[in-house]
Design a protein around this ligand. Structure first.
Ligand SMILES: [Fe+2]
Ligand SMILES: [Fe+2]
Length: 253
């Protein structure tokens, strides 16, 4: 089973949200993702999607996006990103996608074909100098400006707990132990953070994340590095050229 990852699909089949306002590289991104996906991913493979799945605001509006995703080859595991306002309760979402090729995580884990995968959204790192601005943020939120720092820290602390829950849910005997987060747990240099310590001590082999867009990375050169035994990979769709990014392969037992 090959394992791929691609985040921030920002689908919008039922909502009017042209993506090329964020740059020409986004033009026709949904069709390009589908084409690249079908060329690379087989039916028995696994694709990890670390959040920002759809622009839909209500669950019903995300229906077409979920169907589109289900039709693509492979099994898919996804988590919630900061733009997934459509996300209902996890029980309602799991009821909807039961029996499909989709699986949703919410600070827990699932083991598929020798890979155990956990995940949570995370939040902006309070101790890391990273740009707060989300270039894909909706105007109504942009106009409110950045939240108070104390508010950020409260959410961040809650997400630390959720990351711990995710790690505790991962099967320690799995061939590969993967954590998906939407927000990055570190920066491009792999700087130590509260999150990287948790990942190192929690037995994660790999952490895939998204959220960062339009970084101007050379084509095919996303962040992909190992620090203190954990491999960190940025897979927001524009960072991986709108193509599912190959991570590793595991033999199913
Ligand atoms: Fe995004
Ligand atoms: Fe995001």
């Amino acid at each position: 089973m090959k394992i791929f990852a691609i985040g921030d699909l920002h689908l919008g089949h039922a909502v009017d949200k042209p993506m090329d306002i964020f740059g020409p590289q986004w033009k026709g991104h949904t069709d390009r993702i589908a084409g690249n996906w079908r060329a690379r991913v087989g039916a028995g493979d696994l694709v990890l999607i670390p959040g920002d799945v759809s622009w839909a605001m209500r669950f019903e509006e995300a229906e077409e996006d979920l169907q589109w995703l289900d039709r693509l080859p492979g099994r898919k595991i996804f988590i919630k990103g900061n733009h997934d306002y459509w996300w209902p309760s996890i029980s309602r979402l799991r009821d909807r996608i039961r029996g499909t090729s989709l699986f949703a995580l919410q600070y827990d884990a699932v083991t598929i074909g020798g890979a155990s995968v956990g995940g949570t959204r995370l939040w902006t790192l309070p101790d890391l100098e990273m740009p707060y601005e989300d270039p894909l943020d909706v105007p109504s939120l942009q106009s409110q400006g950045a939240p108070e720092r104390s508010h950020d820290e409260k959410i961040f602390r809650r997400e630390l707990g959720r990351l711990k829950l995710s790690l505790d849910s991962i099967d320690p005997q799995a061939r590969v132990r993967i954590v998906m987060t939407h927000f990055p747990p570190t920066d491009e240099s792999g700087r130590d953070t509260a999150l990287t310590s948790l990942l190192e001590n929690g037995g994660a082999d790999l952490c895939v994340f998204g959220h960062l867009h339009n970084l101007g990375l050379p084509r095919g050169r996303t962040w992909d590095f190992v620090k203190k035994g954990v491999r960190y990979v940025l897979v927001s769709c524009d960072s991986v050229d709108f193509t599912p990014y190959y991570l590793t392969e595991v033999t199913e037992s």
